[in-house]
Design a binder for this molecule. Structure first.
Ligand code: DX5
Ligand code: ZN
Length: 215
């Protein structure tokens, strides 16, 4: 069954606790967008925000590391309570080593790729990952539009998963909401990362019901 991962980048951060309380009945996990101002043109969260989250929620937390040095941050985010680490293929010289390192702590290892990065670059890592995150916008900001050609990319990945008998999860991140979430789940997506789709969506309860009613 597909899950909703709520990106707090789109929350009202001056009321983070209340924002999480408001939506927690309709989400399955929290998505933490860690940005360094180098890999992406924005700066966001570090360890303190995860520590703050952990004072009021036990929900699973995915640390999506959009930084040029993800390997150096893996252990820290796990120690602070992340239950999944998502690292980008584009910045890992030793992707296999990094994936195995994440898994050695007993947390999930996902590998993300940007819209212009080919699925071919994942060929050798697929047997080792717990999941692949397809960026459906260029990373850096919440509230951007889903890039339409990413639909084909997701389909291709579901085909590869099937034909090679893999069981990794597929996550999508960026521009996901009322218009496309159900269709994405029907295609085989397991994790819907949503910022605006969670925190700025009056229709969230209905969307969640629809998603959970799918097989
Ligand atoms: C973009 C981030 C996303 C973003 C999603 O770089 O990785 O997680 O917050 O926000 P929406 O769902 O609003 O596009
Ligand atoms: Zn993200």
């Amino acid at each position: 069954m597909a899950i909703i991962s709520a990106s707090i980048l789109a929350a009202n951060l001056s009321e983070l606790k209340e924002e999480v309380r408001r939506v927690e009945g309709f989400i399955d996990e929290i998505h933490l967008d860690v940005m360094d101002g180098h890999f992406v043109p924005n700066l966001t969260f570090g360890y303190p925000i995860l520590e703050a989250l952990r004072t009021f929620t036990n929900m699973p937390v995915d640390a999506h590391l959009m930084v040029t040095n993800p390997a150096e941050l893996i252990k820290g985010f796990i120690e602070k309570g992340a239950t999944r680490i998502t690292i980008h293929q584009e910045v890992c010289y030793h992707l296999h080593r990094n994936v195995e390192y994440i898994k050695s702590f007993g947390v999930e290892a996902f590998v993300a790729i940007n819209p212009a990065t080919s699925l071919n670059t994942l060929d050798e890592i697929l047997p080792y990952v717990d999941g692949i995150l397809i960026m459906t916008v260029n990373p850096g900001f919440s509230g951007q539009k889903f890039i339409p050609t990413m639909t084909e990319k997701i389909k291709k990945l579901t085909d590869i998963r099937k034909s090679r008998n893999f069981d990794f999860k597929i996550a999508v991140d960026g521009g996901v909401g009322n218009e496309n979430a159900v269709e994405l789940v029907k295609m085989g997506v397991d994790v819907l990362v949503m910022g605006y789709g969670v925190f700025r969506n009056p229709n969230l309860p209905n969307l969640r019901n629809e998603i959970k009613s799918l097989l």
